[in-house]
Design a protein around this ligand. Structure first.
Ligand code: RIB
Ligand code: NA
Length: 309
């Protein structure tokens, strides 16, 4: 196995809106879509669609969504032997609102994802030991994230920690044990309590994390690409100019593709370039996972971009 994702799955309930209703107001919205999401599952599916061998450790509830979630992971080629079904709780769901400027607002109801425990990592240990890279996010209990990082360190498995959604409770000492720490601007702002309204301020905020011992900080910047800070080095990778339809899950697309590329060749900048392009492709389509291209669709997209089409 190349990659293990220990994290969440959610059912995305996406409503396209002209504006949010006010309290007490009923408002008609133009469209609705249901899709498979969750930051962990999104990242796993992106990497698997690109050809990585990926396993996922995650929990589903005992409702109508559970089987569909497992089937969806399998269809993308993700190994689901360590997906746990929890009785008496709902699957994770995410009501998402996408406005006419293609900006999204996401609510998450963790449901079964809150039942992913350190013991589940122990149970999956024989399979996890054979992985080269582990990806973690924050839609599962923090104690499970910490147990996974401890496990990966003992087994010398590289770790990507995506601190999403942002949590002030995250212990930076654990982040420092990871090979890559990949927040977006909002998450960086919340983690550091510092402004991120200019590139200069982003660098300033980022440096405070490096001073605490972070090895590689990659800040995703949406349509402005991504920044990589390591030691005294700063690198910026631009994104591709595309017409955005729905930016939901673009950060997950970046991380899934980055992980796949990094496992393949170990070149951080090259992996960031591919990941930015993969995320750009994803914003051109509605939904989260369903807008992720497979390897051949992605290659066509890159080729067309290079030819200036
Ligand atoms: O990052 C996007 C994801 O966040 C959505 O798929 C939603 O499920 C939430 O987890
Ligand atoms: Na999308």
């Amino acid at each position: 196995m190349d990659i293990a994702v220990i994290g969440s799955n959610m059912v995305d309930l996406i409503t396209y809106i002209d504006r949010m209703p006010n309290a007490g107001e009923t408002l008609e919205a133009p469209a609705f879509e249901i899709g498979c999401g969750g930051k962990g599952a999104n990242q796993a599916v992106a990497a698997a669609k690109l050809g990585a061998s990926v396993m996922m450790v995650t929990c589903v509830g005992d409702d109508v969504f559970a089987d569909n979630t497992v089937r969806n992971l399998q269809q993308a080629g993700v190994d689901t032997r360590h997906v746990k079904k929890v009785t008496g709780v709902s699957s994770g769901v995410a009501p998402i609102f996408v406005d006419s400027a293609s900006q999204n607002r996401i609510l998450i109801v963790k449901g079964a994802n809150d039942r992913l425990l350190p013991a589940d990592i122990e149970r999956a240990a024989p399979a996890l030991q054979a992985c080269r890279l582990m990806i973690l996010q924050l839609e599962i209990p923090l104690e499970t994230v910490y147990a996974a990082i401890d496990f990966a360190r003992r087994q010398r498995i590289a770790v990507i920690l995506n601190p999403a959604p942002a949590s002030r409770e995250l212990d930076i000492a654990y982040a420092c044990q990871c090979d890559f720490f990949i927040p977006n601007e909002t998450e960086l702002e919340i983690l550091t309590g510092m402004p991120v309204d200019s590139e200069e301020n982003i660098l300033r905020a980022g440096r405070t994390l490096l001073e605490k011992g972070l090895r590689n900080l990659i800040v995703t910047l949406g349509q402005r690409g991504a920044l990589w800070l390591t030691g005294d080095r700063v690198e910026h990778v631009a994104s591709l100019p595309v017409k955005a339809v729905d930016t939901s899950g673009a950060g997950d697309a970046f991380i899934g593709c980055f992980a796949h590329e990094y496992v393949r060749h170990g070149e951080v900048l090259q992996a960031m370039r591919q990941a930015s392009a993969y995320a750009a492709y994803s914003v051109t389509g509605k939904g989260t996972q369903r807008s992720y291209p497979d390897a051949s669709q992605f290659l066509d997209f890159i080729t067309a971009q290079q030819q200036g089409k």
